[in-house]
Design a protein around this ligand. Structure first.
Ligand SMILES: C[S@@+](CC[C@H](N)C(=O)[O-])C[C@H]1O[C@@H](n2cnc3c(N)ncnc32)[C@H](O)[C@@H]1O
Length: 242
């Protein structure tokens, strides 16, 4: 899996870029899109995006969510941010029909945007990689417009027992937080109306899939994750007066 099979990844952002460059090169940008879309789409559709607004996708991978937001916010823009040049290459190559989907190489903890730039922010399966999560959330708060809405979705959280071995499999440090801790971190960064819920994946498991498969010893384990544990969504707003 990723660079976990080769030399250990360097620390910090260089390691993140290397692992996800490898993933992009081995087709995992598209694999993640296929895997994440059923829950990502629910979170994206719940963001009240209006034409002309500006949207941010933190850790955009192959850019599918930024493209989807771009169709909804036109003539506004959707900006995907990622550290991996090769993921950004995939995102650009797939976005020729979406001129208002823009992609920028940057780290979560130093976003190259003025304050109050975005009306909506989305992030799928990315924020827990931030080497300094507190600083990344402070940056997210800074770039959100007053009243701006955030939806952060993660599958790597404590209550999902199937994910606990990911750091060793992926070869990168990750923040394994409980649901309540995610809420506290967003509140600590100054967000209000912070709430957590779960997004489930209604897909059936194909009859010809063999188990054990990935993180799942049995078909019942995979269904339990998709239907009962689900993906953790944190929603938050930047206060209007802040
Ligand atoms: C697991 S992938 C998810 C990609 C996409 N959101 C999806 O749903 O398929 C995480 C992405 O976040 C990016 N990423 C991780 N840590 C980052 C950081 N500190 N700054 C910027 N990008 C980061 C990675 O390069 C990678 O493309």
């Amino acid at each position: 899996m990723g660079s976990g099979e080769g030399d250990p990844a360097p620390e910090g952002e260089a390691g993140i870029a290397r692992v996800f460059d490898d993933w992009a090169g081995s087709g995992r940008g598209e694999g993640m899109e296929a895997g994440h879309w059923p829950t990502a789409r629910q979170a994206l559709d719940d963001l009240p995006v209006r034409p002309g607004e500006r949207c941010l996708d933190l850790g955009c991978g192959n850019g599918y969510a930024a493209r989807y937001l771009a169709t909804r916010c036109a003539p506004g823009v959707a900006v995907g941010v990622d550290l991996s040049e090769r993921m950004l290459g995939l995102a650009l190559a797939r976005s020729k029909e979406a001129p208002n989907a823009l992609f920028v190489r940057a780290a979560f903890d130093l976003l190259p945007f003025p304050g109050a730039s975005f009306h909506h922010a989305f992030s799928m399966e990315a924020l827990y990689y931030a080497p300094d999560l507190e600083r990344a959330l402070a940056e997210l708060h800074r770039v959100m417009a007053p009243g701006g809405q955030v939806a952060c979705v993660v599958d790597f959280f404590y209550e999902n027992r199937y994910c606990h071995r990911w750091p060793e499999k992926v070869g990168l440090p990750m923040h394994l937080l409980r649901e309540a801790e995610w809420v506290e971190r967003f509140q600590g960064a100054g967000f209000q109306a912070v709430r957590a819920d779960r997004l489930t994946d209604p897909r059936d498991v194909p009859a010809d899939w063999a188990f054990p498969r990935g993180d799942f010893p049995t078909r019942e384990d995979l269904l339990r994750w998709r239907r009962e544990i689900g993906s953790l969504r944190i929603r938050a707003e930047r206060p209007k007066g802040a």
